[in-house]
Design a protein around this ligand. Sequence first.
Ligand SMILES: NC(=O)c1ccc[n+]([C@@H]2O[C@H](COP(=O)([O-])OP(=O)(O)OC[C@H]3O[C@@H](n4cnc5c(N)ncnc54)[C@H](O)[C@@H]3O)[C@@H](O)[C@H]2O)c1
Length: 303
Amino acid sequence: MRYAVTGAAGFIGSHLAETLEAAGHEVVGLDCFTDYYDPALKEENARGLDVRRVDLAEDALDFSGVDGVFHLAGRPGVRSFGDVFPLYLRHNLLASQRVFEAAARDGVRVVFASSSSVYGATARYPTPEDAEPRPLSPYGITKLACEHLAEAYVRAFGLDCVTLRYFNAFGPRQRPDMAFTRIAFSLAEGRPFDLYGDGAQSRSWTYVGDVVAGTVAAMERGVGTYNVGGALEASMNESIELLERISGRTLDVRRHEAVPGDQRRTQADTTRIRGDLGWEPRVSLEEGLARQWDWASARVGTA
Ligand SMILES: NC(=O)c1ccc[n+]([C@@H]2O[C@H](COP(=O)([O-])OP(=O)(O)OC[C@H]3O[C@@H](n4cnc5c(N)ncnc54)[C@H](O)[C@@H]3O)[C@@H](O)[C@H]2O)c1
């Protein structure tokens, strides 16, 4: 098969592109290397892949000749209030509208990477796909708007689209703004770690290889919307303890007020994706964190 992967220079997109290539597929990556984090890291992620510099929000898009589009490009991060909001509109909403438009026109199936952030203040745990979405951050709101936009293209133009709600992915190459990468590099470099909130906030951590497996299965045989979430919920405090144990080091934690828009808890109900796609998370938090620590410590030369 020949697949397009948007966001192929990013954390999850680069793992997905590599997995697809390893399975014998041809992959065309599309990414504009935004400066949300250091583009040099994205250059590294993209090494060995065919990633074309395309800004989905403005460049011409042509999906004729591809068998499916994995749409992972976007601007992540819940710190999305204030002046940065236009960037969330551009890289999430506008870019996705243009991807859906082109895919509907070219008759190509899309798997769209949405987020557990659409659930926000939903108080049902574990959270099933039909829980009422109540996003707490502008980021989550743009992702929910993208989901509705996809649905509108499905109804109006017969777009073939599957939506995945990823729950905190982790593993090697995790984005530098994400907690485990910040903790691992603080430990490796002996720097203090800024913890926002009391550390009791918890997440359904999902190993990136499992996220990729769920994403590929969704392209092959998914219908509708699926949670892609890890089996284990762990708090920040528990995750810090685990990384300290794995690294044999002690983290110097500086505590700060919680960040607005941050969810207290995420816990995925994965009944639907297990039943439909036979997917389940395989890599435990401990095993995945050990791999992430090996990656981070090798990068700073402390391995
Ligand atoms: N990492 C997670 O835990 C997580 C959780 C929920 C949802 N998601 C979603 O999954 C997707 C991938 O996340 P990630 O952590 O790999 O993020 P990432 O920032 O590492 O990757 C996203 C990539 O998209 C590219 N991009 C952004 N706007 C673009 C545009 N207009 N045109 C072309 N390329 C553009 C960026 O340059 C970047 O390389 C994102 O859509 C994110 O919102 C991620």
